[in-house]
Design a protein around this ligand. Structure first.
Ligand code: IPM
Ligand code: MG
Length: 389
């Protein structure tokens, strides 16, 4: 391989650096075992980042509903809302960073964050091809669990996905190596603690919520090292939860089974590596009315961030339809936020109001265009419904 000697050496040098970074990260996560109990904090600071595209519109709608629900706690000083400006694609492009330093410093002063969707640059965009702000925030704040519920009562669907959020294909997703003009290589990362902590959270959730089945989803028959390790650790953990039936699936057949009306009702809790979790949660959300209706929690030991599962919908903005954007994804994220900081009764109330507005009463309907109501009108409808409960 004399011919490629220089290219191999240059690539090996970059690979060595990646390994050093990942081993440092492993040491860090191995050392940080303590989880914050958010409910027991004297004061909770909720950071609010609007993001890009339709982000500011739907985030503002969710912030208003939340502030309304927490007005007493805000007045007493237990809860503080803090709007954080600057997590925009323009600022990120100008600073050349997925999260500008000043924004990151502000984020770290909060306990939890409500975040609107942010534009993820890709090759060919007018923006520099920097890392996604979502992915960067998950890594910077070590938000290891992406928890995504999907619930469609009339179809018997009640699923909670536990997507690993800091590793897998995403861990060094923006640091793959072009070894030569003809050869590109990306990397998939699985660590022992990275897998144990997501598996633990999923099994504990199942136990605490009376869910008697957990499904582990990988492609361990082909991706033998990293998916194999992920599967083995989840299976070992399952032994500590004998009352829960654990089964294992490959991602391809699981993707099919979610469409199988006879089988899909049986699934309850899922644990998946990052990329499979990303893909399958968009599919799952479709049964509930689309990604616009699905919220997600990004849980870490020190911080947590709550967001929609979808992107910033630049086309809606370009076509002048931003005001018709659906706030339900951010409102569902707000439900998860309330529950995470210890206001379970308020979380249940907001979830109930959303079910009424989205699935039962449907006095106003969001269509994403002027054939339906606006984002603000829908948020006001939710508030009115909340007040009537
Ligand atoms: C999600 C999104 C992000 C992801 C994008 C915007 C980087 O699709 O939260 O599911 O891939 O994780
Ligand atoms: Mg996604």
């Amino acid at each position: 391989m004399e011919k490629y000697k220089e290219q191999i050496e240059a690539a090996a040098e970059k690979f060595k650096k990646l390994l050093e970074e990942q081993l440092e990260r492993v040491d860090r996560i191995n050392a940080s075992k303590e989880s914050t109990d958010f409910a027991s904090l004297d004061k909770i600071v909720i950071g609010v980042c609007g993001g890009d595209g339709i982000g500011p519109t739907i985030t503002e709608a969710a912030r208003k509903v939340l502030e309304d629900m927490l007005c007493k706690e805000v007045a007493s000083g237990r809860v503080q809302f803090k709007v954080i400006e600057g997590l925009t694609i323009e600022n990120r492009a100008a600073s050349g960073k997925a999260i500008p330093d000043d924004v990151l410093a502000e984020l770290k002063k909060c306990n939890v964050i409500l975040k609107g969707p942010t534009t993820t640059p890709r090759a060919g965009d007018p923006w520099p091809n920097i890392e996604s702000a979502n992915v960067a925030m998950r890594k910077e704040l070590d938000l290891y669990a992406n928890v995504r519920p999907v619930c469609v009562p009339e179809k018997g669907i009640d699923w909670t996905f536990f997507r690993e959020n800091t590793e897998g294909s995403y861990a060094v997703g923006s640091k793959g190596i072009h070894v030569s003009d003809d050869l590109g290589v990306d990397f998939v990362i699985t660590t022992t603690e990275g897998t144990s902590r997501i598996a633990r959270l999923a099994f504990e959730y199942a136990r605490a919520n009376g869910k008697d089945r957990v499904s582990i989803v990988t492609k361990a028959n082909v991706i033998k090292t990293t998916d194999g390790k992920f599967l083995r650790i989840c299976e070992e953990m399952a032994e500590e939860y004998p009352e829960i039936t654990t089964d294992e699936w490959f991602i391809d057949i699981m993707t099919a089974k979610l469409v199988d009306e006879k089988r899909r009702r049986d699934f309850k809790v899922f644990i998946l590596p990052n990329l499979y979790g990303d893909i399958i949660t968009d599919e799952a959300a479709e049964f509930q009315g689309g990604v616009g209706t699905a919220g997600s929690a990004n849980i870490g030991k020190k911080y947590a961030m709550f967001e929609a599962i979808h992107g910033s919908a630049p086309r809606m903005v370009k076509e002048g339809r931003a005001k018709y954007a659906d706030p339900c994804s951010m409102l569902r994220a707000a439900v998860l936020l309330l529950s995470h900081i210890g206001y379970q009764d308020k979380a249940d109330k907001l979830a109930r109001a959303l079910d009424i507005c989205m699935f039962e009463e449907k006095k106003l309907v969001i269509t994403g265009r002027d054939t339906g109501c606006t984002c603000d009108e829908f948020a006001a409808y939710v508030t009115e419904t909340l007040n009537s409960l």
